[in-house]
Ligand binder design. Structure first.
Ligand SMILES: Cc1cc2nc3c(=O)[nH]c(=O)nc-3n(C[C@H](O)[C@H](O)[C@H](O)COP(=O)(O)O)c2cc1C
Length: 348
């Protein structure tokens, strides 16, 4: 596995190889005040020890209102810093670079009412158009959380712009019906994300990684490409390409051996100069090597694979067999409680 094991530079950091752990949240491993109840330094430390070059710590809430569920790790107050300090130390001890994903869930947040780019009819709660004053506060919350991440000794942050959460809700033409400066044209719909990137950059300085989780959005991949270039120009160091809202027009060439999310990662890789990570369903070391060999991506994110086998990267590099994820249906058991993962008991 020659190419997996090639270092790559992101910002000032040398990532020792091309495998990254994408954010994988474990709800219920936290109390209702954003504090972990299960030791994440141990959890991420194992994946770092297993050789992972870059670790992106799971979605962490930038404010109480931003949470996806009540039991979610937070970075909205200084008291949350020590739990990230421990993670940073453990990952650094194993020579992994480690950043944290920052999230605002928008209409998917807890609370009632919730706020999104526009007013939306929801079944169980009210969702209102986010007022400008609140948008200002959201920007401040992203910045404050990023500063806390830096204080904790992490190497950077990932801004969550995918999976239909708040920033996706702004960039999406389907959801965003605003008539002010944050709605309408593509430039206006991506404005909030770009402002957040810029304000975070101003606050954390040049030598801190800013990753953006880009959700490939409706209505066209042309918009994704434009947005990716704008993110690059705004100071993003690395793009982690995943699903957005819609993504309807993505046509994957017949001979492309991965799904449309991976395909979109490769499309974005073609249009920017900063490193890009592809993700989704990449399970085998040979698949990662194929993507790198064909210059389709710079980094390969292995999510469930790394949950099932913390040693995935070292084993891949050394040609050893990996413990494969069972791909539980209807969804990954790890999401609700990592201890339900069938591989968990084998690991602990
Ligand atoms: C249990 C679980 C938790 C996840 N948590 C997050 C998250 O916190 N933030 C995020 O952007 N994506 C999250 N995802 C998506 C993953 O980062 C990744 O994109 C997805 O698992 C596909 O990659 P894989 O096929 O290698 O697992 C999660 C996925 C799973 C299965």
């Amino acid at each position: 596995m020659n190419l997996i094991n090639q270092p790559i530079k992101i910002n000032q950091y040398t990532i020792k190889n091309r495998i990254i752990m994408p954010p994988l949240v474990c709800f219920n491993w936290a109390d209702t005040d954003g504090f972990e109840t299960i030791d994440r330094a141990e959890h991420y430390g194992k994946r770092a020890k297993g050789g992972t070059g870059l670790i992106i710590v799971e979605a962490s809430a930038i404010s109480e209102e931003a949470r996806i569920v009540r039991e979610e790790v937070g970075l909205w107050k200084d008291e949350h810093i020590p739990q990230f300090e421990r993670i940073a130390k453990r990952c650094h001890d194993e020579e992994s670079v480690v950043i944290v994903q920052l999230v605002h869930a928008g209409k998917a947040a807890i609370g009632n009412p919730v706020y999104s780019s526009s007013r939306i009819e929801l079944e169980k709660k009210e969702c209102l158009e986010m007022p400008l004053e609140m948008i200002k506060q959201v920007k401040k919350d992203f910045v404050s959380a990023a500063i806390r991440a830096k204080k904790a000794g992490l190497d950077g942050v990932e801004i969550h712009g995918a999976h239909g959460y708040l920033l996706s809700q702004f960039t999406s033409k389907e959801v965003n019906k605003r008539t002010d400066l944050y709605g309408g044209s593509l430039d206006r719909r991506i404005q909030l994300s770009l402002e957040i990137v810029k304000e975070v950059r101003d606050a954390v300085g040049d030598d801190f990684i800013i990753c953006y989780r880009l959700g490939v959005n409706d209505p066209s991949s042309e918009e994704d490409k434009y947005f990716a270039k704008k993110l690059e120009a705004s100071g993003v160091d690395v793009l982690n390409v995943s699903a957005g809202i819609g993504a309807n027009d993505i046509e994957v060439p017949d001979d492309f051996p991965f799904n449309k999310i991976v395909y979109m990662g490769t499309v974005i890789h073609d249009v920017v100069s900063i490193p890009v990570a592809c993700v989704n369903g990449i399970r085998e070391p040979e698949q990662a090597e194929y993507l790198l060999e064909n210059n389709l991506t710079d980094l390969v994110a292995v999510g469930r694979g790394l949950l099932a086998d913390p040693e995935w990267t070292n084993k891949a590099i050394n040609g050893l067999p990996i413990n494969k994820c069972y791909h539980c249906k209807p969804r990954c058991k790890y999401l609700i409680d990592g201890r339900d993962c069938p591989r968990y008991s084998e690991l602990s």
